[in-house]
Design a protein around this ligand. Sequence first.
Ligand code: CAA
Length: 240
Amino acid sequence: MGRVALVTGGSRGIGEAISKALQADGYTVAATYAGNDEAAAKFTAETGIKTYKWNVADYDSSKAGIEQVEADLGPIEVVVANAGITRDAPFHKMTPEQWHQVIDTNLTGVFNTVHPIWPGMRERKFGRVIVISSINGQKGQFAQANYAATKAGDLGIVKSLAQEGARAGITANAICPGYIATEMVMAVPEKVRESIIGQIPAGRLGEPEEIARCVCFLASDDSGFINGSTISANGAQFFV
Ligand code: CAA
């Protein structure tokens, strides 16, 4: 049995590709999902990867879920905080509910996912924390004040955890995907999406597998001295 890897939001979209790529690399993968039982069952049937249902926005559910994963599969050595949602609206129309839903899931969700796993990583002197941020956390985005705030927050989290974990053999890094061909991007109105693709020098959306390969590298032993970094994978759309 390989190292145990937990991928939140790991049964669909970028998370699905990450779960499959880690499995192909020999990890024992657990994938969480929030609500789509049908998609999760199909994913498990196809891949053999165990899925767990909990809301990353809720600390107690996350902690209990993580305890269950560790009881089933063993200590989690790689955690990929990937679960995220959008509630896009121009700021003057954004409701407090849209703000809080995104903050609670995308940002507090990272705390809720990593915090229960962190003490075990410190004790065992090994860990890989990988947070899926976004190009829009780097550059901001019209109608995404909430989402961009969370994705910029991810970069602050990993830079802090990198400093705290370095001596305990733990690395924490972020990946900033650009626009990737997933349901989330396909939900953007077609005209807007076409205009976004026009701003990508690569001339295309990214593939989920292109992000998954970045995760596999950061999870591997080869990346041990890369800590607190951000990998941008955006087809040259934006440079930091
Ligand atoms: N820049 C400047 N102006 C923009 C704009 C932009 N990017 N997008 C829209 N506008 C303008 C429109 O032209 C329009 O102007 P007028 O009023 O002068 O016509 C106005 O803003 C839109 O106002 P509406 O009241 O019609 O907007 P709405 O309430 O219907 O909201 C929207 C529409 C939610 C903004 C919709 O256009 C949308 O979803 N945009 C895409 C936002 C986006 O890129 N989200 C990223 C999702 S993918 C993701 O998040 C993954 C990742 O990490 C990359």
